[in-house]
Design a protein around this ligand. Structure first.
Ligand code: DQQ
Length: 475
């Protein structure tokens, strides 16, 4: 067994104000996708793509953390490491966890110089998730369906149980057409029968290659979530809501699950029957900056998924997070005409607000604001354009001012107020508008004093805004 990451390493980062304190991340080094999330006998298990040797993507292992409350986490030993000469010798890529006689991980083993040989493997635990034994005859599935027209993208198994057996989705592509997910069936997790593509996308609209699928019932519908390569190196998470009959999926609604830095989300049904989702919050730093920092990547706060009456996906951070709330500043029923400085300061806040806007109104919450406001991040809603913007202004070298900005559509119904949930934690900013528009952002201000919070607007009114201080989950 490889020892878990050394928890005392966390202390080394105490003065790094970019490092989140209430989001999960390992003590040091690189983390990407969440893997194998499952609740078992009360305990939540979160595995994750992990490089134990550095703060950039390489050497994919499965890290492992556990929690009783989805808020506080304990680091457990590494669950999976590449086996030299084995089907996962170049990396243990993403996958899921299920219970089949014993706790079982289903994951992609990668081989080849460009990780171009991707086969599906399993591992089981006989000591309640602590150590993992790889199946002697891995891989259990290696042949890419011919319809794919390629063999290098075939990964990220997502497995679920139906009345007549186990079903699995694998993410891939159909060359020159678009991303695809292939459906399989098995009685024993070892022999898999290929059925058909569950859904094929469109190169132009929703990505060339799909990764990290999820497929599950929600309300009276089924939801497919995929993470997509968008050609130019960007990546977006999409969802499809529809019906599932005779193992065929007919999407009725398609949406964007997150517009920016949240990627490769994974869901699970917990013991309280909640469909929970955690996503990897990617960095926007360069490899050198990450190496210098010594860490990279965070997991989102777990969100509960639901559907609204238009079959749009709703996302709500788990209420367990409220147990962390510290001192609160509350603002109620105030017209916005210009700027209101707020007493609370960063770097870790949970903000929840409701705003009423006139047709030409706007309102903005500003975080990480320097005393002179030259370095800041604005979250802006403009009613006339029905759009949400996040914009960071920061100092580059030689006092050059840099701006990164992203604007996304956010349509309000005529009788609907704007609600904003903003989880600010160091360089992480999770923004969710009306539970359905998710815009996850990263910010790396240069000054520790850039910790102010402001509220501004015009032709708009704060119905209520709660700003709560958040402590570290590691104390
Ligand atoms: N990350 C994993 C792959 C997956 C990708 C490798 C998505 O299994 O497709 O680290 O971020």
């Amino acid at each position: 067994m490889i020892a878990g990451p050394n928890p005392s390493l966390r202390e080394r980062f105490a003065s790094d104000f970019h490092r989140p304190i209430y989001h999960y991340l390992p003590p040091s080094n690189w983390m990407n996708d969440p893997n194998g999330i499952i609740q078992w006998q009360g305990l939540y298990h979160l595995f994750y793509q992990y490089n134990p040797f550095g703060a950039v993507w390489s050497n994919m292992h499965w890290g492992h953390a556990v929690s009783r409350d989805l808020v506080h986490w304990e680091d457990w030993p590494i669950a999976l490491s590449p086996t030299p000469g084995g089907p996962d010798e170049a990396g243990c890529f993403s996958g899921c966890a299920i219970i089949h006689e014993h706790p079982t991980l289903v994951y992609t083993g990668a081989r080849g110089i460009g990780y171009e040989i991707q086969t599906q493997c399993i591992a089981t635990s006989h000591d309640n998730f602590l150590t993992w034994e790889k199946y002697l005859h891995n891989p259990v599935l290696s042949e890419v369906p011919a319809v794919s027209g390629q063999t290098a993208d075939f990964r990220d198994p997502f497995v679920w149980r139906e009345a007549d057996g186990w079903y699995m989705l694998l993410a891939s592509q159909i060359k020159s057409v678009g991303g695809a997910v292939f459906l399989y069936r098995s009685d024993n997790l070892i022999d898999w029968e290929y059925l058909h593509p569950l859904l094929v996308g469109d190169n132009q609209r929703n990505g060339t290659v799909w990764e990290c699928p999820n497929f599950f019932p929600l309300g009276d519908r089924w939801v497919l979530i995929i993470s997509a390569h968008m050609g130019s190196g960007t990546a977006t998470v999409f969802y499809f809501v529809g019906s599932y009959t005779d193992h065929h999926f007919t999407p009725e609604v398609e949406g964007v699950l997150d517009y920016a830095q949240l990627y490769a989300p994974l869901t699970t049904l917990d013991e309280a029957n909640r469909r929970l989702m955690i996503g990897w919050i990617r960095e926007t730093r360069t490899d050198n900056e990450m190496r210098h920092a010594g860490w990279s990547g965070a997991q989102s706060i777990p969100r509960i998924l639901a559907l609204d009456s238009h079959k749009r996906l709703l996302m709500t951070p788990v209420p367990e997070l409220d147990s962390l709330h510290g001192a609160t500043q509350q603002i109620e029923m105030r017209d916005l005409n210009g700027e209101i400085p707020l007493e609370t300061r960063g770097w870790a806040l949970d903000m929840a607000g409701e705003f009423a806007l006139q047709p030409d109104g706007w309102c903005a919450l500003t975080v990480a604001c320097a005393p002179d406001a030259r370095e800041r991040t604005d979250i802006l809603y403009e009613a006339a354009h029905q759009r949400l913007t996040v914009r960071t202004t920061t100092f580059g070298t030689e006092a050059v001012v840099l701006t990164t900005s992203r604007t996304v559509p956010h349509q309000l119904n005529p009788d609907e107020n704007l609600t904003l949930r903003v989880l600010w934690d160091g360089s992480v900013l999770e923004i969710i508008a009306n539970q359905r528009t998710s815009l996850t952002h990263r910010l790396y201000p240069t000054l520790r004093e850039s910790s102010g919070v402001r509220l501004s607007g015009s032709q708009s009114r704060v119905i209520r805004l709660d700003i709560r201080e958040m402590p570290s989950i590691w104390q």
